[in-house]
Design a protein around this ligand. Structure first.
Ligand code: 5GP
Ligand code: ZN
Length: 111
């Protein structure tokens, strides 16, 4: 755990966030600044700074499987998964997370 990392603190229960799911390797909770009617974050419990730094494919698979399960639930008409990495993509929290967006038409291409 990185004690200075916001998502480590959330995953470890040190910040009062309502978790929608807690599994051994990930947590799911609502984004504080939702960009769609449904905006969830799927976050590995273990600190990994970004997708490129991830080194455990099975754990990544579990993360995506969880996102797909939640996506089907909150976005029966469709959903989008987003991973922002680095400055150009606007990553603001240096702990890997999948954005799950649903509940409205999502235009393409993204901004
Ligand atoms: P990024 O910009 O790194 O892809 O996404 C970080 C996301 O974390 C943003 O969408 C932001 O709204 C969300 N976020 C930042 N701080 C908090 C927080 O304290 N609680 C929750 N639930 N979400 C947060
Ligand atoms: Zn972290």
């Amino acid at each position: 755990m990185d004690t200075t990392c916001l998502f480590c603190q959330i995953a470890n229960g040190e910040l009062p966030v309502e978790l929608l799911e807690r599994a051994e390797n990930y947590v799911v909770f609502r984004d504080i600044a939702p960009q769609a009617p449904e905006h969830l974050l799927v976050v590995p419990t273990r600190h990994v700074a970004c997708l490129s730094a991830h080194d455990a494919p099975a754990e990544l698979g579990e993360l995506f499987a969880a996102a797909a399960r939640w996506g089907r639930g909150v976005g029966p008409a469709g959903y989008r998964l987003v991973v922002n990495e680095g400055q150009d993509a606007g990553q603001t929290v240096a702990h890997l997370h999948l954005h799950l967006l649903a509940g409205r038409h999502l235009s393409w291409p993204p901004g």
